[in-house]
Design a binder for this molecule. Structure first.
Ligand SMILES: Nc1ncnc2c1ncn2[C@@H]1O[C@H](COP(=O)(O)OP(=O)(O)OP(=O)(O)O)[C@@H](O)[C@H]1O
Ligand SMILES: [Mg+2]
Length: 236
């Protein structure tokens, strides 16, 4: 894969139909594919909730996974500007800590990461419209970063409505849905193929991958899928 050119997006925003649907798995799969294709790829989790202390401060599992999947070294304050100890809704964790989540701070950190990488894969918190503060939410953050969006659909009953609403919200914020991933998180789900084809007919974005239920898998996206997402999101 060629490195992104002057007009290529410098990042991809990974969102999901809900929390726990495979955003980190997808972001890591994107990062591994980019690394394999010769790019300098950095993961970013702007806001994380649920962390343990280590020598560098608070460490969240997603941040550790994204750092391991990419190939760019950066201080944690850039990879994860906001990290809260309790695994609760971020705006509540921030309020409890007396901290305001500032999109400006996140945009600044993103800019510093972009300077070190060819592509930055940004994993949102929770679902697309998750509140981040009294006036801010995840959708506004994606808009502020002006990134094309990859939607991870956690395949379970109810995912059709969640996926279609999320796609609507992405477009309503003036952003491009550059691809989606069907992720088999429920081994008991019935009519999986029919659900995936229903979404394929309605989402108007390429299906980048369909992963079966596999708790221990570390998938990698095929290079053509990443190229397709990058091309759809290309500004020129
Ligand atoms: N296809 C799959 N098959 C089985 N387990 C899966 C699959 N995809 C994800 N999981 C598991 O589901 C859990 C949630 O996945 P992941 O952490 O990627 O979700 P997330 O959307 O990033 O969650 P969060 O909102 O907490 O960031 C993880 O334990 C992961 O290993
Ligand atoms: Mg995650």
């Amino acid at each position: 894969m060629s490195r992104p050119g002057r007009h290529a997006p410098r990042g991809i925003f990974v969102t999901g139909t809900d929390t726990g649907v495979g955003k980190t798995r997808a972001a890591c799969a994107l990062l591994r594919a980019l690394v394999r294709a010769g790019s300098r790829a950095a993961g970013m989790k702007p806001v994380a909730a649920g962390a343990v202390r280590d020598a560098e401060g608070w460490l969240n599992d997603d941040v550790a996974a994204l750092s391991a999947a990419g190939n760019v070294t950066a201080p944690r304050r850039l990879i994860n500007p906001y990290c809260f100890e309790p695994a609760i809704a971020p705006h509540i964790a921030a309020a409890q800590a007396g901290i305001a989540i500032e999109p400006d701070v996140i945009a600044q950190a993103f800019g510093e990461l972009v300077a070190r990488a060819d592509v930055v894969v940004v994993e949102g918190a929770g679902g697309f419209c998750v509140p981040l503060g009294p006036q801010t939410d995840g959708a506004g953050l994606a808009q502020r970063l002006a990134l094309p969006v990859v939607l991870v659909v956690g395949l379970r009953l109810g995912c059709l409505n969640h996926a279609l609403l999320t796609a609507q919200a992405v477009r309503a914020h003036g952003l491009q849905l550059c691809g989606w991933i069907a992720n088999g998180i429920d081994p008991a789900m019935a009519a999986v193929a029919e659900n995936v084809s229903t979404l394929a007919a309605r989402l108007a974005a390429p299906l980048l991958a369909h992963w079966d239920y596999a708790p221990d898998a570390s998938p990698i996206l095929p290079p053509d899928a990443v190229q397709r997402a990058v091309n759809v999101g290309r500004a020129d």
